[in-house]
Design a protein around this ligand. Structure first.
Ligand SMILES: Cc1cc2nc3c(=O)[nH]c(=O)nc-3n(C[C@H](O)[C@H](O)[C@H](O)COP(=O)(O)OP(=O)(O)OC[C@H]3O[C@@H](n4cnc5c(N)ncnc54)[C@H](O)[C@@H]3O)c2cc1C
Length: 491
């Protein structure tokens, strides 16, 4: 049993998962978190009578959380999840609505009957997404891409056999256009690019496998909302003796030759046998290791999208809305060009409304709803966000009101706003990017920073800004991979 001391910078979902894994292996783990609460972007806030999950709302890949429960000898059925009655409701500007159920077969039926697609085409498309995911995940998501061993094993050849079936230059949109007759179906499947903050008109077609996670599998919501994910990890961490230091920002990683030897925080200096950074990797270099040469090419990759979120307490209940609701733009291409090229939000952006009070009854007073109303946005490059937010707010209210047939502004009794500037300042995510790097080219997976340092033997990286990338399941895998390296290098 090792008593080596490990310091983790940050308690996002990846930092927490790392802390549990290492503590369970007998390390003496200390987590330093600049916020007063654990969880990073997966946190919760009460505004008046309403509770909101402030960040993520879609939980894919619960099996990666189960893996941690299993490792700890805990029963994953205690992490209670509610199967959703419906997956997504879609609203188009011309009045068409799609209500997608929680079953693949019924989803296919709805798309065929409302959008005129062929059942066999949809079935083949979704089967292919499943096969791609099963072949690609073990190599690109569940293992390091920075170890030669990964390029010689079975999973490499399985992944390679799927990749070579692709025209490597095709984008998600090109594959979807070739597959479907109706532009609305193309738009629906293009939307999965937004799940890791990418652009379907640039991202490689292989990413169409994301649809598999939502349509082929039953969608769930943790019983108490998304906060349950980080709450449960925090509880496991405490159970295995992890020590948390909240409201204590790390300001420097201390180094000696080819090793790191601890951290300096706003309050003191702490020794460690290894350091794991859950801080955005660009900021780790820029702010915590200023005197170290940076891997510029890796750090200069295009960032993922950011977001503007309006947390609205709504004093009415809307039966036509479900947990996840999308109000599509007519011009998806212009929306993405705005986000990634022009760095602006178009006048008619796609809106996502998440309403946990549909399932978690205490999240809003009886007859009221908690609307997490989000649009994807460019990262912060110094736009005049205050003016932008006024414009975006007006456009959102007009669009939703038109779709629902009444002025929703009269029902907003509470409002809080999150924008790219706040995302950067609250979570130290560079420019407010929410998923690290975008996957807007076919090399993106290979250009993410590894989960270890090439310069310092005992420095490791976890979280969405490093391999394997954005979203919760990938952040959980970053923890697993980093821990494997750490155990080899530090024991
Ligand atoms: C509005 C929004 C919606 C999203 N929707 C989804 C979704 O539906 N599904 C999904 O899977 N993902 C979604 N995401 C992305 C998701 O939040 C991330 O995938 C994941 O939570 C990131 O986890 P992380 O561990 O990488 O980092 P973070 O959550 O960013 O945590 C990093 C932590 O490190 C701390 N920290 C940083 N620097 C220091 C320092 N120097 N000293 C001390 N502490 C420090 C920060 O305070 C923070 O707590 C969304 C994000 C946002 C903001």
């Amino acid at each position: 049993m090792s008593t080596k001391k490990i310091i983790i910078v940050g308690s996002g979902v990846a930092g927490l998962a790392t802390s549990v894994r290492l503590a369970k292996r007998g390390f003496d783990v200390h987590v330093f978190e600049s916020n007063a609460f654990p969880g990073g972007k997966i946190n919760s806030a009460n505004y008046g009578d309403y509770r909101f999950d402030r960040g993520p709302s879609v939980f894919t890949g619960p099996k990666y959380l189960k893996e941690i429960y299993d490792l700890c000898g805990e029963d994953f059925s205690e992490f209670e999840m509610v199967p959703l009655k419906t997956s997504f409701n879609y609203f188009f500007n011309d009045g068409l609505r799609l209500n997608l159920s929680n079953k693949r077969d019924e989803i296919i039926e709805e798309i065929c009957s409302k959008l005129g697609e062929d059942r066999s085409t949809l079935e083949a498309y979704l089967d292919k997404a499943a096969k791609n995911y099963d072949a690609i995940a073990p190599m690109f998501i569940e293992a390091s891409l920075h170890s030669w061993k990964n390029y010689t094993g079975k999973s490499f050849f399985k992944a390679l056999s799927r990749i070579t079936k692709y025209k490597l230059f095709s984008t998600m949109n090109e594959e979807n256009q070739a597959a479907f007759k109706n532009p609305k179906t193309v738009q629906l499947f293009n939307r999965f690019a937004s799940y890791n903050g990418s652009d379907p008109y640039q991202a490689p077609a292989m990413l169409n496998m994301i649809g598999h996670l939502e349509i082929n599998q039953t969608p769930y919501l943790p019983k108490n909302g998304m906060i349950q994910i980080t709450d449960s990890l925090y509880q496991l961490a405490q159970k295995f003796g992890v020590q948390f230091h909240f409201s204590e920002r790390v300001i420097e990683i201390l180094k000696e030759k080819n090793n790191v030897k601890g951290v300096k925080t706003e309050k003191g200096t702490y020794d460690a046998d290894a350091v794991v950074s859950n801080m955005d990797v660009s900021f780790t270099y820029e702010r915590l290791m200023q005197d170290v040469p940076r891997p510029e090419k890796t750090l200069q990759q295009e960032k993922s999208s950011s977001a503007v979120v309006f947390y609205w307490g709504i004093k009415k209940s809307f039966p036509e809305l479900t947990l996840h609701n999308i109000f599509f733009t007519d011009d998806y291409k212009a929306e993405y060009e705005g986000i990634f090229k022009e760095k602006k939000v178009v006048d008619d952006p796609t809106i996502y409304i998440n309403i946990t009070s549909k399932y978690v009854k205490g999240d809003a007073p009886e007859g009221h709803e908690n609307w997490f109303t989000m649009i994807n946005s460019p990262v912060d490059i110094g736009q005049d966000w205050d003016t932008e937010i006024d414009r975006i707010r007006k456009n959102l209210i007009a669009k939703i009101s038109k779709a629902l047939g009444e002025d929703i502004s009269q029902y907003i009794e509470m409002e809080e706003i999150l924008d790219p500037r706040k995302i950067e300042s609250m979570y130290h995510g560079k420019q407010g990017s929410i998923y690290g790097n975008a996957s807007n080219n076919r090399y993106a997976a290979f250009r993410r920073h590894p989960n270890f340092s090439k310069q310092f033997n005992n420095l490791f990286f976890v979280g969405v800004s490093v391999h394997p990338g954005g979203v919760i399941p990938l952040a959980l895998n970053s923890a697993k991979i980093a821990c494997e390296y750490l155990e080899k290098r530090v024991n």
